[in-house]
Design a binder for this molecule. Sequence first.
Ligand SMILES: [Zn+2]
Ligand SMILES: [Zn+2]
Length: 386
Amino acid sequence: MPPLSAAFTSNRIFLYAALSVIATLTTIANACRNYSNFYSVAIYLSRSGRSLLVLANFGFLSALLSGRVLQHIFFGPLQAREVERLYDQTWMFVTESLLAFTIFRDDFDIPFVIMFGFLLFVKCFHWLMADRVESMDQVPYPGPPLLFHIRMNTLFFILWLVDFIMLVFAVESTMSNGVGGMVLFASEYAILMASALNSMARYTLSNLEIRRARARGGLNAPAWENKSMYIFYIELVTDFLKLVVYLTFFVIVLSFYGLPLNMIRDVYLTARSFTGRLRALVRYHNATRDMDRRYPNATEEELAAMSDRTCIICREEMVAVPQNQNAAGQGQAPADANANANAAQDGPNVTPKKLPCGHIFHFQCLRSWLERQQSCPTCRRPVLRN
Ligand SMILES: [Zn+2]
Ligand SMILES: [Zn+2]
C-alpha cells in the first residue's frame, strides 16, 4: 500500500475512533447529568435507542482495535492476500448467517448479537491461522523462524480453549433453556474446533517435514513423498468431523424449527467433499496397491524407443533399472552416486514404470499423480481398466 493512501486510511480510522469516543462520552455524560445514581444511568442508557446505538458503535470500535492488537501479536503485519481472503470469508459467513437469523428470529436479542459478533471475531483468527499454517510449506528449509512457532502454538492453545469454553457454554445453556439460538453457536464452535485441529495437524506435519529434511541434508533433502497422502487423511478426518456436527445441527433444527436453510449449502458441500474424498481414496488405493507388480518396469529398449526419455511429470530423464535391483522392489537409478546414497533408504523411487497404455513414468511421480487422478498423465486413459 502506498504511504499516502496508508496515511489516509489510518487517518480515517483515527477520525472514526475519535468521533466514537466523543459520542460515547457525551452520551454517558448526558445521562449522568440527568440521573443521579449509577443504576438509573444504566437503565436510561439501555432504554434509549440512540444511546444503545452509540454504545454498540463503541463496542464495535473496541473489538476492531483489540482485534488489530491481537493480530499484531499473533500474526504481525498481514499480507494483502490474507486480508482479501479475510474479507471474502467474513462476507460469506455474514450473508449465510442472515438466513440463520430468520430461523432463530425469536431468539434474536442483544446477547445474541454480541455472541454473533464474538463468534465472527474468533473465526477471523481461525481463518488467519489456517492461512499462515498453509503458507508454511512455501518457506524454504529450515522453515519459519522460532517466533512463528511460538505464535502458532500459543494461538492454537488459546483458540482451542475459547472454542471449548464457548461450546460447553452453548450446550449447557441449550440443555437448561431448551433449543434456541444457542444451538447455532454450539455447532459453530464445534466446527471451529475441527478446523483448529486441522490446522494443528497440518502444522505438525510441516514440522515433521522440516525435521525429516534436517536429518537428510537440509535444503537438498529429497521430497517427502508420503506427505500429500497424510494431508489427504487429515482432510478426510476433518470433513468427517464437520459432517457429524453439521448433521447433528441439521437434525436438531429440522425437528424444532423446520428446514435450516442456511446450513443446506454447508451440509451439501461437506458431504460432497467427504464422499468425493472417500471415493478418491478407494480409487487411489486400487491404483497404487501393489504398484510394483501391477505396472511392469520399463526396460532399456522401451525407453530407447521413446522419442525422448523425459518423465512428463517431473521433466527429468528416466533410466532403466538393472534386473538384479528390480527384485528388491526399491530399485534406484545409478544417476548420481551422492543422490543415490541418500535415496537408497527412503528417497524417491525413480524406477521407470509402464502403464497399460504404454506410457512410462518414474515410480514415485506416477504414485503422486495417481493420488490426484487415476488416469494416464499423457493420454488420459484410465489406469485401472485392463
Ligand atoms: Zn518423474
Ligand atoms: Zn497413456
